[in-house]
Design a protein around this ligand. Structure first.
Ligand code: ADP
Length: 448
């Protein structure tokens, strides 16, 4: 087993990783920026080290500083959490070269999945269903692009191979707009991602976002832990997530899940990962793979009872999975709300001191947070301060428990999006379940 793990992240996920380490008897090393010096999880880690100023580029995103911190503290491994360097193949490789374990997949797998053209090709080869579209990079020639678009059928979406965070894509409804869309996206991609390669696929009009969680060990075993529905999004940011996905026939999910697990074995994947799909008209279409733990992993943990972060650490230690696909049971339903320090309806960030924090509790409620009363939310990072997760015997019970939990949560001193979550829980579309990825934005526009 690993002995000392450096946590190269901050906020709720840093604490989540620290807890998993403690459970497994692994020492934690928490690095922090000057802006996070007072964070409660820094004080509770076994070791802590300041790695630089608030600016992430000179702290949480600095490979050199993190390597130095690992060396100074005698860490034998690094857990990257999500965001920051978690999907940076160069970071994984630098750790490997320094003789440290990266708690994640091999650098080569991160690289393949980070290039969406390569990722799609690998998934097609592994039998994972993809969004209809070309198999490679778009040619420079306009006429050739037009032919590809005709074949796919309008509307199409032009996407950057190196894109991320919902940037670097453009929808095209008619041939006349294609050449300009390709040119603008290409320029944007070169500038923002350092990679001008583009690809094209069918634009799906009202899909749902459904993703498959996988775990793969270093001994050729891979399982899938069910699906999550993350369709409630605003500007490509997930707001509410749940497991299982309401109303999708189980045999369809079983088939795609089995493909994902098999693909992991095929590409030599290791660790936790998520295959993201758009689901429309009874079909799954792969869009990308995330090669890290995700914000919404707790809903899967709640319905399967499997500790995903602990398994990341065990797998990185070289241990084999000690259960098989047949052992995985799904119990009840879980829903997660991301609590952000922001205005609930204008979405303006509201960092600042939390005068009073009283988290909810009771049966089926889980809270993942790094905040407490008198904690100051720094303005430099992501505004998420907590996740409230409710589990119930069925979706109705999970919603009822979530509503009660949000009603008893007290946050004073800063604004949060709790009122938005309360309104979502009363919204008829969400209550029915199975809405598409544009539902939340349409509803927000209507009520404005
Ligand atoms: P990123 O890595 O930037 O998140 P994705 O490929 O995951 O890029 O796409 C982000 C979002 O863009 C999806 O969740 C979906 O809302 C939209 N999108 C991407 N591809 C398509 C498509 N072919 N049809 C419809 N919407 C799409």
């Amino acid at each position: 087993m690993l002995k000392r793990v450096l946590i190269a992240n901050r906020g709720e996920i840093a604490l989540r990783i620290q807890r998993a380490c403690r459970r497994l008897g692994i020492e934690s090393v928490q690095v922090f920026s000057e802006a996070d010096r007072e964070a409660p999880y820094v004080a509770t880690a076994d070791h802590a080290l300041c790695i630089g100023p608030a600016a992430a580029g000179r702290s949480y995103l600095s490979i050199d500083r993190l390597l130095l911190a690992a060396e100074l503290t005698g860490a034998d491994a690094v857990h990257p959490g999500y965001g920051f360097l978690s999907e940076n193949a160069g970071f994984a490789r630098a750790l490997e070269q320094a003789g440290l374990v990266f708690v994640g997949p091999p650098a080569a797998a991160i690289e393949t999945m980070g290039d969406k053209i390569a990722a799609k090709r690998a998934m097609r080869a592994a039998g994972v269903p993809c969004v209809p579209g070309g198999d490679g990079a778009l040619p420079a020639d306009d006429a050739a692009c037009r032919r590809i678009a005709e074949e796919i059928g309008y509307p199409v979406i032009v996407k950057a191979a190196g894109g991320g965070g919902g940037r670097g894509m453009r929808i095209v409804h008619a041939p006349g707009a294609l050449a300009e869309a390709v040119a603008t996206t290409r320029e944007e991609a070169a500038r923002a991602f350092g990679n001008p390669a583009l690809y094209m696929e069918k634009f799906l009009q009202a899909p749902r976002h459904v993703e498959i969680q996988v775990l793969a060990d270093a001994h050729g075993n891979a399982v899938w832990l069910g699906e999550r529905d993350c369709s409630l999004q605003r500007r490509h940011q997930k707001v509410v997530e749940e497991a299982p996905a309401p109303g999708i026939p189980r045999d369809l999910i079983e088939a795609v899940g089995a493909r994902c697990a098999a693909a992991c074995v095929g590409i030599g994947y290791r660790g936790a990962g998520t295959f993201e799909f758009l689901y429309e008209d009874g079909a799954f279409h792969f869009i990308e793979m995330n090669t890290r733990v995700q914000v919404e992993h707790p809903v899967t943990e709640m319905v399967t009872g499997i500790d995903i972060v602990a398994w990341q650490l065990r797998i990185a230690s070289g241990l084999p999975l000690d259960f098989t696909q047949a052992d995985i049971r799904r119990v009840g339903h879980a829903i997660e709300c991301r609590i952000n320090a922001e205005d609930p309806f204008t979405f303006r960030p509201c960092p600042g001191r939390i005068a009073r924090w009283r988290p909810p509790g009771g049966p089926g409620i889980r809270v993942e947070t790094h905040v407490e009363s008198d904690y100051a939310v720094p303005p430099y990072y992501d505004s998420m301060i907590a996740k409230v997760i409710a589990h119930g015997a069925d979706r109705e019970e999970a919603m009822a428990r979530l509503r009660a939990a949000l009603a008893e949560t007290r946050v004073e001193g800063i604004a949060t999006n709790i009122p938005l979550h309360v309104a979502i829980l009363d919204e008829p579309g969400f209550r029915r379940g199975g809405v598409g990825i544009h539902h939340l934005e349409h509803w927000l526009k209507e009520r404005a």
